[in-house]
Ligand binder design. Structure first.
Ligand code: SF4
Length: 323
């Protein structure tokens, strides 16, 4: 039986579990399964990883305090309508699917918002169980844009059973039950080139997978703690490339690269200006309704994923960066 759950700090403020300032409120409530100890996996950028010595309350740069589940359920009932989506993130441990099914069932009873589950590759039976308890979308984070990076940062090289092929296959397996409702995460800044990232985006888009872009965020206590965050202008090019690919305006094979860097997006100037001026490409991407405010950056900036529509002043800065 689930007694505790971790709640992302911003989500907890909206739920009234604690007080705090919100520059932009989360539109999706983010929860993390609670588990004594660390994850079975060992992703080198993750504070929850088996080999990490980071603060166990952390996921990315966000604190997720452990809460009494009953109290969280009452808060969801009281704050019904505050969120357009609930996202249950998982740590990999024995029995985690049981916990997720219980969390999803009870939360659904209290607030009815669609539920996303972001988890590790699952067995066919477990996928079916998530569908049976009414989960709306499933996400399996690929994180790394190439098989080599995947292996080096979250695969065999770090003592984990995860493989790039295994994750790609798992995304396909989940798509059979959650057709058109499958997401993944890609982290920009793990050592891939813009070309490799654009090709990974195309590969996943061609499989009907929704892509949530993240900017690498160094966390103290993880092996990548001293790695810098990605260059913002490079991140903007990737955001624009993802948008053009997902909207069917361009493709990775029509995008031109020099030294692995995007130099031509394979779209007309009119299409580029329309996309940039809309600001949409630079907003948080992923499941519908997921804005993940300041998951990868401080509100003081620089902002990688805008959790709201960028202002015209911000778009002017982005235009100068890109064009
Ligand atoms: S995109 Fe957002 S809501 Fe969807 S699985 Fe990822 S974190 Fe959760």
């Amino acid at each position: 039986m689930v007694e505790h759950v971790r709640v992302a700090f911003g989500t907890g403020i909206v739920l009234g579990l604690w007080r705090g300032q919100l520059a932009v409120p989360p539109t999706t409530a983010h929860l993390l399964t609670y588990h004594e100890g660390r994850c079975n996996a060992n992703c080198q950028f993750c504070p929850q990883a088996r080999g990490s010595t980071a603060d166990p309350r952390m996921l990315s740069r966000v604190v997720w305090p452990c809460c009494d589940f009953e109290r969280v359920l009452s808060a969801f009932e009281e704050k019904k309508g505050e969120f357009v989506r609930i996202c249950i993130q998982t740590v990999n441990y024995e029995g985690v699917v049981d916990d997720v099914c219980e969390l999803a069932t009870q939360i659904k009873d209290k607030c009815g918002a669609p539920i996303s589950v972001s988890c590790q590759p699952l067995a066919a039976d477990d996928i079916k169980r998530l569908a049976e308890v009414g989960v709306d979308r499933v996400g399996i984070a690929l994180d790394a844009a190439t098989p080599e990076l995947f292996d080096r940062l979250k695969g065999k090289s770090v003592g984990s059973s995860y493989t790039w092929e295994g994750h790609i296959r798992a995304l396909g397996d989940v798509s059979e039950t959650f057709r058109g409702k499958v997401s993944t995460h890609l982290i920009v800044g793990l050592g891939e080139s813009e070309k490799e990232m654009a090709q990974a985006i195309q590969l996943l888009h061609d499989r009907g997978i929704t892509i949530g872009l993240f900017a690498f965020t160094p966390i103290p206590g993880t092996p990548l703690a001293n790695r810098p965050q990605p260059d913002v202008t490079s991140y903007r090019r990737i955001q624009l490339a993802r948008y053009l690919i997902v909207k069917g305006i361009s493709e990775a094979k029509r995008t031109k690269f020099e030294g692995g860097k995007i130099v031509d997006f394979g779209a007309s100037r009119e299409e580029l200006c329309a996309a940039v001026n809309s600001g949409e490409p630079f907003r948080t991407s992923g499941c519908l309704g997921c804005n993940r405010p300041f998951y990868n950056e401080s509100p003081r900036g620089p902002i990688y994923n805008y959790p709201r529509k960028p202002t015209s002043k911000e778009i002017a800065v982005i235009r100068d960066q890109l064009l």
